[in-house]
Structures are given as C-alpha cells and as structure tokens.
Design a protein around this ligand. Structure first.
Ligand SMILES: Nc1ncnc2c1ncn2[C@@H]1O[C@H](COP(=O)(O)OP(=O)(O)OP(=O)(O)O)[C@@H](O)[C@H]1O
Ligand SMILES: [Mg+2]
Length: 413
C-alpha cells in the first residue's frame, strides 16, 4: 500500500472523514467515518466545541474502520467569507537559459503579493496559464527559452478568523490541519471528466448550508465562489410554510419533496403528524411550489455569479451539479433554464475499497479532498505542518512544484 492521506469534509449537514490511497486511476478507500454535523452554519463555524465533538466522532469512526490512528487531514473550507480574484506576476530570466522551477516560483510569488486586508489570508494560488515572452497560453513553461515569464493566476482568499475557528475545532478534536482545501475545487476534482475540464464547465455543489461553484476552463480553475444558500434553506422555507420543527420539515422534504410543481398531481394530499400535535393534511403540489421557488433562488444566485465571472460563454461542457441538494427530483429544468446550459447530475467516480457509501452526490467534496489536497501543494497560507499519524510527509519544494503542474499533465478520463 502506498501513502495514505486523510480528507476531513466539514459540512453544515454532515462530517465525513476518509482515509485512502490516491492512485492515478482511482482512490482506494480504507477508512470512513460519516457523522451528522453540529456547530456549523452556512459553511462557517458557529459553535467550536459542538463542532469539535462532531469532528471527533467522525474521525474516531474512520480510525475504527481503517484500524489506523489519524493525526492530520486535508480539511474542506467553504462559507461566504471566501473571495477570489485574478492576478499576474512576472519573472525576468537573466542570461540565455531556459525557465526553471525557481522562475515559476518567482512569478507566482509576485502574483500572490496582492493587497489584502489584515483580516484575510490567501488560501490558494492556482496558476492558470503562462506567457513566455510574447507566446500566450503556455501550460507548462519549464524548459522553454525565455527572457520574460508571466503567470496569470487565480487567487482565493479567506477570512483569517473563519479559518482560525475551523482550525481550533479540528485541533480540539486531536488532529492537525495538513492544509485547507476550498470545497468546490475538491468537488470539481471528484466529478469532472478531463474532457469537461478542458472544454469549460461549471461545477455546482448544492450542500446543506452553501452552494459552492467552480469554473474549470482549459484544464484548470478560472473562477470560484460560495453562495450562502443550500438545502437547509429549502427545509427552512418548508418549516415556515408548514409551521413545523426543522427535523420534521426535513423528513417531509426528503420523502415528498419535488422541485417541479407541474409534475405533481394537483389533488395529492399526504398526512403530517407534528410531535404532540394534530395530524394535518398537506398538499404535495403546494410543497413542490415552496421547493421550486427555493431552487429558483439558488440557481438565480449561481447564474449571477457565473455572469460576474465573465466566463459564461466559455462553458461548452455545461453545468455539472452535485452535493446532497442535487438529489431533489424535478429541479433539472430550473437549472438548465436559469443557467442556459446543459446540465449533468454527478457523484464521485473512480473510488474503490470501502467506497459504496460514498457513491452518492453528497460525498463529491469529501472524495475530491484527498486528491486535491495532494495536488494543490502550491497552496499558500502557512507551511504544511508535520504531525503524528498518517498523512503526507512535509513536502519539499521540488515535490510541491511537481504537484503544482500535476493538473496540467494529461490524464486519462
Ligand atoms: N434525496 C435528497 N433530496 C433532496 N435533498 C437532499 C437529499 N438528500 C440530501 N439532501 C439535502 O442535501 C443537503 C445536505 O447536502 P450535503 O451533504 O452535500 O451538505 P454538507 O456538505 O454537509 O453541507 P455544506 O457543504 O453546505 O456545508 C441537506 O439540505 C439535505 O436535506
Ligand atoms: Mg459539502
């Protein structure tokens, strides 16, 4: 067995710990712990001790199923505190020689030296493409002759306090954060084909607290965003409409929910019995209307974000939708109508070992974390921390450079 890595996906709805070996052809899963989340709201921490207890349960379960001690993990990050922008960096190559890894590092460090407030920090620096003298769109400049190397990078920033709260909760559960990984980068990795990534696609992860999106073009990430609405908002609206507790509204949503009111019979009525209350008849079509409106709001917000990115005309492979909320029947038309794109529903592929429970759209981010954690070693925001237990050894620079380019190397579909 090769190196094992750990992904800890801290969602608003559930916490998933996965122990696995990342192989070129698949991810071989040897340990798994899935527990309900607590202390999270809309992708950010709102109760550190409750969250820490929930993380601990998920990790202990993964330890039990793998028979291993877990010391550190790649940890998912979401929330509306995430922001992203483009930046360019230049390095001059002195003397007549070819581009080396150090030159790329220099150009990237210039790209990342953007003005950000003290309250924020850089989470990821993703190189999009390079310009080698006047030749634009170079994917891997290493080894090319050049005087002036320019990088076009996508810089993702996060609120320092939001990350610190998340890190505190993870550490209180007894493990170290290997590095943080933005949710939609992980989801994109788990569900996109190489073809889609090259053609241009938007990955939309409808979770409990947030809907995360990432635009992939020419094989890499061009834009990312987090929208603070997800499946919990759908349940909240049902709660208000029916005047029942959240748990009961969630049950009703999962059992009877539909996002296309026209597809539901007008006269279909089902009974709901609130705890300690009287049985009430509920019109399924009315329920569907409430849900439909919520999904319309979510996709409208997604569409605004796609337009804001400036890349709407480049999404030739369409929208790939995943996350727990993507399992609601009937929303597909809303999605393709709002986004004006072909839509595909996706779940993690190419997972082996004890993977059955993960073959569901809810786990795309959880699965993608393992590979992206390894790939995006160009993540800036603190050196990788050594810790006890399994996980990657501290990366050396050449390894980090290799990983930085990994995404640009051809992969099998
Ligand atoms: N079959 C289903 N139909 C409709 N919605 C569903 C279904 N299964 C799960 N959901 C909804 O999906 C949401 C949870 O999704 P997911 O597990 O992806 O969230 P999460 O990763 O914990 O949260 P987040 O990433 O937003 O922090 C909940 O709102 C839940 O009601
Ligand atoms: Mg999630």
């Amino acid at each position: 067995m090769g190196d094992l890595v750990v992904g800890l996906d801290i969602g608003t709805h559930k916490i998933t710990t996965i122990v696995g070996e990342v192989r070129p052809e698949d991810i071989y899963i040897v340990g798994l712990g899935i527990e309900p989340s607590d202390g999270m709201k809309k992708g950010v921490v709102d109760n550190i001790s409750a969250l820490s207890t929930a993380i601990s349960k998920s990790v202990r379960r993964a330890e039990k199923s793998s028979g291993l001690d877990i010391g550190r993990a790649y940890v998912s990050v979401s929330g509306s505190h995430i922001d992203s922008r483009s930046s360019r960096g230049v390095a001059t190559i002195v003397g007549s020689r070819t581009v080396q890894a150090e030159d790329v590092e220099k150009a990237l460090s210039v790209a990342r030296s953007i003005d950000i407030p003290h309250s924020r920090e850089i989470l990821h620096v993703v190189p999009r493409s390079y310009t080698v003298d006047s030749q634009e769109g170079v994917i891997n400049p290493i080894g090319m002759h050049c005087f002036r190397l320019e990088v076009d990078a996508h810089i993702i920033t996060a609120s320092t306090t939001s990350l610190a709260n998340l890190e505190d909760a993870v550490e209180s559960a007894g493990l170290l954060v290997d590095r943080f990984v933005l949710n939609p980068l992980a989801a994109g990795d788990a569900v996109l084909t190489v073809h889609e990534r090259e053609m241009g696609a938007v990955v939309i992860d409808i979770g409990g607290g947030t809907t995360d999106l990432a635009i992939f073009i020419d094989g890499t990430v061009w834009h990312t965003a987090v929208i603070p609405h997800g499946g919990n908002d759908v349940t909240d609206d049902i709660t208000h409409w029916m005047r029942v507790p959240f748990g009961l509204a969630e049950q009703v949503k999962l059992q009877k929910g539909h996002a296309d009111a026209n597809a539901v019979a007008e006269d279909e009525v089902f009974p709901v019995e609130p705890f300690g209350g009287e049985i009430m008849p509920v019109s399924r079509q009315h329920l569907a209307q409430v849900i439909e409106m919520c999904y319309e709001d979510i996709f409208e917000a997604v569409q605004i974000e796609i337009m804001r990115s400036g890349y709407s005309s480049q999404l030739r492979a369409g929208a790939i939708i995943t996350g727990g909320g993507s399992q609601m029947p009937g929303y597909r038309d809303i999605a393709s109508r709002s986004l004006k794109l072909p839509v595909r529903l996706a779940q993690p592929e190419k997972i082996t070992g004890i993977a059955d429970a993960l073959k569901n759209p809810s786990y795309s981010t959880s699965v993608g974390l393992l590979r992206v954690g390894l790939e995006l070693s160009s993540v800036i925001g603190g050196e990788q921390k050594a810790g006890p237990g399994i996980g990657l050894p501290v990366a050396n620079w050449s390894r980090r450079m290799k990983e930085m380019f990994y995404r640009f190397l051809p992969q099998d579909d």
